[in-house]
Design a protein around this ligand. Structure first.
Ligand code: AMP
Ligand code: ZN
Ligand code: FE
Ligand code: FE
Length: 287
């Protein structure tokens, strides 16, 4: 059983359309795949339709979700995976919309800062890099910089201009991780903190934060992810065991936008079973 619970499509900053993602997951022999675009469910419909119409669609089960951008009190960026929630639960949908809208003015400000430093790029060029309804993110700006010939690829764009420590970096509005967990749970879903200690990507969550998140209803920890270093994985595993949390693993696939290969890390069937049983309803999609 190959289970990958964290992937992106071009409904956010991945490069595969939801249909291509479904086809690629089937080709990769994946049994259970979660679609988790940043702060949106815009890819859900297309993914479901693609699964149902794919000739080999019966080999794959689809878990619909989102990766919700959050911010801790001290400004640390935290990503919360929400899976199997009710898309008709308005408070959660409104919170995602608020974040998506704030990402637009945030991008204008980043673009203005780049322009002030003599790096010419326009919002129109950034928008042209994304699907109309996609959540806007720094990767689209990276693609625009590449298209202009300012830089070679997304990776270089992040290393040079767009990383969190850069003078061009600006935050966008996002809920606290506690609010995100409460909303996901109120919508009947399950919440998993994504790549929590990810020191490799410049984010680092302090272990103490887990106490609060668990009280708010955290269901799982994404232990097996390329951004977690080995010693961090051991620490996270220990925290998960102590608090009876579900342990997940996933690729965080972004198509050609990142090196991450589909199913490069996976979740065990036992852990998936535990996770799914914590959702209010069985919402997994199958052909
Ligand atoms: P944003 O959501 O606009 O703050 O942009 C953050 C997103 O950029 C993350 O979710 C990653 O998917 C992506 N990202 C971060 N670092 C890199 C990188 N080095 N190369 C490509 N994508 C990246
Ligand atoms: Zn992303
Ligand atoms: Fe993330
Ligand atoms: Fe992600």
């Amino acid at each position: 059983m190959i289970i990958d619970l964290h992937t992106h499509s071009n409904a956010s900053d991945g490069t595969d359309s939801p249909s291509q993602l479904i086809a690629n997951a089937i080709d990769a022999g994946i049994d259970i795949l979660a679609l988790t675009d940043h702060d949106t469910i815009a890819g859900w419909q297309e993914a479901e339709a693609a699964l149902v119409s794919h000739p080999k669609g019966a080999s794959l089960k689809l878990v619909l979700g989102s990766e919700i951008s959050c911010q801790d009190r001290d400004g640390t960026s935290i990503h919360m995976l929400g899976l199997l929630f009710d898309p008709n639960f308005e408070p959660l949908m409104q919170e995602m919309e608020k974040t998506r809208e704030n990402r637009l003015t945030r991008m204008e400000r980043i673009v203005a800062r780049l322009n002030e430093s003599g790096i010419e790029i326009t919002m129109a060029e950034v928008y042209s890099q994304k699907r109309d309804d996609a959540t806007l993110g720094r990767p689209h700006l990276a693609d625009a910089l590449v298209a202009r010939g300012h830089i070679a690829n997304r990776d270089e764009a992040f290393a040079t201009y767009l990383h969190n420590g850069s003078k061009f970096y600006i935050n966008h509005y996002s809920p606290s991780p506690i609010d995100a967990i409460r909303l996901i749970k109120a919508a009947g879903g399950v919440s998993i903190i994504a790549h929590p200690l990810a020191s490799r990507s410049g984010r680092k969550v302090e272990p103490e934060i887990f106490t609060e998140l668990i009280e708010a209803g955290l269901d799982g920890i994404e232990v097996n992810h390329r951004d977690n270093a080995e010693d961090e994985k051991s620490l996270l595993l220990e925290i998960a065991r102590q608090h009876n949390l579900v342990v997940t693993g996933s690729s965080d696939y972004h198509g050609t936008g990142k090196m991450n290969r589909l199913a490069e890390f996976t979740t065990s069937p036992e852990e998936w079973e535990r996770l799914e049983s914590r959702a209010r309803e069985r919402r997994v999609i199958s052909k």
